[in-house]
Write a protein that binds this ligand. Sequence first.
Ligand code: C2E
Ligand code: MG
Ligand code: MG
Length: 581
Amino acid sequence: MIRLIGRTSHANTTPDMSMATLDEGAALLDAVLESARAEIAVADESGVIIATNSAFRRHFFRDGDPTGMRLDQLVAQTDQQPMLDMLHLLAGALHGSTELSMFSRETFLDTDRWYEVTAASLGDHPGAVLRAHDVTELVHASQNGSHSRTQDVLTGVLTEQGLRDALRQEMVRALTTRCVVMLDIDQFSVIRQTLGYEAADETVRQVALSLQRHVPQGGHLARMMGDEFCITFEPQSVLDVDQVSSALRDAVRQPMTIRGRSVRITASVGITMTDPDANLDLAMQHAELAMQEAGKRGGNRCVVYAPELAEPQEGMMRLWNALRSALQFRQMEVWFQPVVSLATDRPVAAEALCRWHHPQFGDIAPGVFIPIAERNSEILNIGSFVHGRSAEVMNVLRSSRTTSLGNFQISVNASPNELAWPEFAKNMLARIKANDALPEWFALEVTEKALQQRDPNVMVNLQIIRDAGVTISLDDFGTGYSSLERLRDLPVDRVKIDRTFVATLMENERTERLIAAIITLADELGIDTVAEGVETSEQAAKLRSLGCKSAQGFLFAPAVPDSELVAVLRDLSTASARRPW
Ligand code: C2E
Ligand code: MG
Ligand code: MG
């Protein structure tokens, strides 16, 4: 027998409706609720439980009876997780028109039971119904490994392997056009950081559940990894593709209740159509590219795959493949750009800058290939090559005796990844030694970003190199996030004022004040200053008046191959000798 409170004010009852009719209605409802293979509770619009079935009472109230109680009273009385989740879900459904769903776990005496819970408003009738379904067996089966290869433990949907198996079997039966949809939750890392890992898992479970409802008949849903899902189905028409992908995106957008908190999320969706005999991997890659594009455009949208989307990716792959053999095929060179003293106009250093000439692609700028090399160990090979060449060139310069070198240095750049490599310092010093050079002939240019890394190897490497006598120079200063004051704490001997400041020096008074402040602080700390990107004599004069020690830029010389370096340095020295300062 269900517990039902008669409600004479119900929209569908009339004041003269007889008690007999009400009883019949109650008996019918009783039969319906008892026959359902789920635990069920119904609440009216004021949040009072008006009906429950015996399965619900047995599981969640140990045969007690919550009928007639308000949801907020029940919430105050219970500390049971599934019950709290359910009550919040039911309350949510009373105030909204959509169906809400979640997985909830109950832990009792170290044993877990899992429930799939949904709550929905009663359509035109005031009130809402809650259904809880025990899915413990399913979860256990997948956790015990019997489903784990093909069925996702967290959500119960297919794994990537499961999806591939299913599609392979289907393709044997019939070759049909398929739609592949990839879906990724936007800003998922923010959800994880703000709500915690368990709530993030819960979110993924609920998203899976919502998506499952919109997968067309015969289609599949799989969780690929993390918060990424793949849906495949055979569309009946183009309209079908549109409708299904929008429905999937909308399903994710419905507010969800995660551990009692209302959470709203959006998703980036990528879509592609496959030919009947298409390569499945390629189709998935295309859908993923389209999904990434949707994310790049701000998320919460669907993007259909187009071949243009693959171009940058393919271009990057081609470059990466070419980069791996660039040193072997002697396509890399090191060029040198002089740095001059602003006091004497004489060259005091040269920066080693890597150049790559590819026989088919032509000259590739370091701004393009260094970031690619930085993503893997190729940057270490490039670094070793530059250190070796710089040491060789230094020996040539010293033996040429064409310029008075004094404390002349070659400065080399180091990327954050290189500095984090445990062997970096050892390797650099070994290269210098192997070429009969001395550490004090060199400076190492590092960026603020490299110094902000948490990796302890960075500071250890810097310390070893500095102790050996190499000057540490802070490159592109001012472009990072650290304040001017941070200069006090950094283990550096020199700062290079970024060329973006020099470019606006003559028009912008604030820039002038900023450069003046950098120079004053550096002087106070005994740190040397170099201005980058000096292109006009007005800029050089202004920097000199502000007390900047040296400068580098097209005004003096561009980067040149080592074969031209001696001549360029000689020209700069002679020109300086003719200047009045
Ligand atoms: P960076 O260390 O700031 O190097 C200075 C860049 O400014 C060089 O560009 C140089 O050619 C350019 N430049 C010099 N004078 C002027 C000027 O007056 N005006 C303008 N507009 N630009 C000027 P490049 O050679 O394209 O190098 C770009 C960046 O690539 C470098 O920036 C450096 O961070 C990186 N890089 C270059 N070679 C290497 C290398 O061997 N290893 C590593 N890790 N990074 C490198
Ligand atoms: Mg540099
Ligand atoms: Mg720089």
